[in-house]
Design a binder for this molecule. Structure first.
Ligand code: PEP
Length: 247
């Protein structure tokens, strides 16, 4: 099955109005085949939606696991929808590690995102210690299956999954195309055991030190359908070069 590639830029807690403006100007010229999504911090979402071309998607980096109410400091999925988001990153390894997000909480967030009509980008990935102990497949498939068990496999018809080995995020160490493809194939097989058609249509992104010069080989792998890009999404030139590598 042919899946349209998707490249999403996760700015993390970086950038500002000037990056919104320069990214919007540069992406106005983008004509590639990949779907492109920009994920700035919450305060810039609304102005990013105003400035970005309509064909460029907007994503948030986090969301509340609750629908509304007395949850000071939290942001509901419905609010992200109103701000013009189409996507929300869920379960990034920084949130799992630094904010102790559990699989159960991530599944609740996934459900909130879909209830608001948005597409969750569910991140999974193993640490270096887990890889060296030979546990990569068990860890990443376990993170995926925890959400499948909570929300049902049918929900993955409207979702994206990103494989992001923790040891490759922000470290400059990219998984080799073969290493990444092997995990992607395993994730797709794991989902196929739940529903083969949904597994075939699911977009599986790779993330972890993707740069303009390594993106094409990664994206050429049969089960890699694009990327979730951190550091290299912070300048328009490198981000667009990566988007173009997903042709
Ligand atoms: C990320 O944080 O999602 C990521 C992939 O970061 P980087 O590209 O900087 O490794």
């Amino acid at each position: 099955m042919k899946r349209t590639p998707l490249v999403a830029g996760n700015w993390k807690m970086n950038g500002g109005q000037s990056l919104v403006a320069s990214m919007a100007t540069a992406l106005a010229e983008y004509q590639g085949v990949a779907d492109v999504v920009v994920c700035p911090p919450f305060p810039y979402l609304a102005s990013a939606r105003e400035q970005l071309p309509a064909a460029i998607g907007l994503g948030a980096q986090n969301v509340s696991d609750q629908a509304e109410g007395a949850f000071t400091g939290e942001v509901a999925a419905s609010m992200l929808a109103e701000a013009g988001c189409g996507y929300v990153i869920i379960g990034h390894s920084e949130r799992r590690a630094l904010y102790a997000e559990s699989d159960a909480q991530i599944a609740d967030k996934f459900a909130q995102v879909q209830a608001a009509g948005l597409i969750p980008v569910l991140c999974v990935g193993e640490t270096l210690a887990e890889r060296e102990a030979g546990n990569t497949d068990a860890v990443v498939c376990g993170q995926l299956q925890a959400v499948v068990d909570a929300v049902g496999v049918a929900a993955f018809a409207r979702a994206v999954v990103a494989y992001e080995p923790v040891w490759a995020i922000g470290t400059g160490k990219t998984a080799s195309p073969e290493q990444a493809q092997a995990v992607h194939a395993r994730l797709r097989q794991s989902l196929a055991e739940n529903d083969p058609d949904i597994a075939q249509s699911l977009r599986l992104l790779y993330g972890g030190s993707v740069k303009a010069d390594n993106a094409a080989l990664l994206f050429a792998q049969s089960d890699i359908d694009g990327g979730l890009i951190g550091g290299a999404s912070l300048t328009a030139d490198s981000f667009i070069a990566i988007c173009q590598a997903a042709e």
